[in-house]
Design a protein around this ligand. Structure first.
Ligand SMILES: *Cc1c(COP(=O)(O)O)cnc(C)c1O
Length: 407
């Protein structure tokens, strides 16, 4: 069977899944439009400020729109956050003080958090300021509910970090129903614990967001789902107003907080990115489902399976050998929009532990809502694929990658 026949056969099989992805895209498109209307979005929101950025009407409107979208009390959405990792860093430093205890209940956090927390020695880490850290691993891809309860009864925890997406691990990403269950347990033991969610890659995939099941603060990246491939950089935090205020005071300066922050012309692209996001997330999900079906057909282990419930836009393909992994990633690069003739090789990246091979021929550097594929070159040789600004480009990228492996 040639590649095109393989794709066509699998597209037939996944028709119903695409239909439900389209329904969710419609749900979120309506939600975005409703928040635009409720907040009276006008063209003047695209105006820009410089310098201190006092009274930036568009910035304040964007933050109201984000708060409404998540049903949160407040939001901070800024280009002064470099990306999601920086938003997570600022949020943790905003909430934690010396001798406070930070607990991850989803095992080892995402690689870029290792230096922030001090899991890797770093003279600027939370640990260097005397913030303590502990973690509880997942069991069978779910929270270790008993261990968490026991731990919270015996230790005074200030912040609990929950990472929904799998990051560079082989576990499954966490669906909202599991989040709901664990947050109920946490709050029943100590309602003052701050539950902070790393929401990267999960926005607009399920219809309920972590705030709606009791999370106190939710953090994400604007070069992923909610940037819709349009926003050039930034991050967001939504949640309780007192917590958002703390984040503002840490991002800028105590005393000025959210009142300052020049937008330098970015407002339009944040709003337009959000407007596009439901459709772009849907394209990305469809690309992931097709990839899962096709690569599984070719004999590779995939996660999630094409018909499995998804919590994020990430598709794992386990190649089992370095050669197929490297060729596939090189093929995704060859099928990209930008730098298609570059040949990715594995190398060390700041903030990551193993050599990473990465295909990212994207308009925005490092954007993984655009078709991108990367993975640490170590056993069992898993590629993590995300994105596709349109399903058509995602599908073409997949075809190129498969043909590359056959070379
Ligand atoms: C991508 C990601 C981050 C970091 O976001 P950037 O915008 O790339 O800095 C953090 N946590 C998880 C789980 C991620 O997937």
């Amino acid at each position: 069977m040639n590649t095109l026949e393989l794709i066509n056969k699998n597209e037939e099989k996944i028709k119903d899944i695409f239909k439900s992805i389209d329904e969710t895209a419609l749900f979120y498109s309506k939600k975005v439009l409703d928040t635009f209307h409720k907040n009276g979005l006008t063209e003047s929101a695209f105006n820009s400020t410089t310098g201190y950025g006092f009274n930036d009407y568009g910035r304040e409107l964007i933050e109201k729109i984000y708060a409404d979208l998540f049903n949160a009390e407040d939001a901070i959405v800024r280009n002064q956050f470099v990306s999601g990792s920086h938003a997570l860093c600022v949020t943790l430093f905003a909430f934690l003080r010396p001798n406070d205890l930070l607990l991850s209940i989803t095992g080892t956090p995402y690689d870029t958090l290792h230096n922030i927390i001090g899991i890797n020695d770093n003279p600027s880490s939370l640990k260097s300021f005397g913030v303590k850290y502990d973690q509880i691993d997942l069991i069978n891809d779910d929270f270790d509910y008993n261990k968490i309860s026991e731990y919270l009864k015996n230790n005074k925890v200030k912040v609990i970090e929950i990472q929904r997406s799998k990051g560079y691990s082989t576990r499954k990403s966490l669906t909202i129903d599991k989040l709901e269950k664990v947050i109920k347990i946490i709050k029943s033991i100590d309602e003052n614990i701050i539950v902070m969610i790393d929401n990267c890659y999960c926005e607009m995939v399920e219809r309920i967001n972590p705030i709606e099941v009791g999370a106190d603060a939710v953090v994400g990246s604007l070069i992923k789902n909610l940037g819709g491939g349009i926003t050039p950089n930034g991050g967001y935090v939504v949640g309780k107003s007192d917590l958002i205020e703390l984040v503002g005071e840490r991002l800028t300066l105590p005393g000025e907080g959210k009142e300052v922050g020049p937008t330098l012309g970015i407002n339009k692209s944040i709003l337009q990115g959000l407007y596009m996001a439901p459709s772009v997330v849907a394209s990305s999900l469809k690309t992931a489902v097709l990839t899962s079906a096709v690569l599984s057909d070719l004999g590779y282990k995939v996660s999630p399976l094409y018909d499995e419930a998804r919590a994020d836009i990430v598709q794992n393909i386990e190649f089992g050998n370095p050669d197929d992994l490297i060729k596939y990633v090189q093929g995704i690069q060859a099928g990209s929009a930008i730098d298609a003739n570059a040949i990715p090789i594995a190398c060390e990246l700041p903030g990551y532990d193993d050599p990473i091979i990465m295909a990212s021929g994207s308009f925005t550097q490092g954007s993984s809502i655009e078709l991108s594929c990367d993975g640490p070159v170590r056993e069992p040789y898993i590629a993590y694929q995300q994105g596709g600004l349109t399903y058509e480009y995602g599908k073409l990228g997949l075809i190129t990658a498969i043909e590359y492996m056959n070379k």
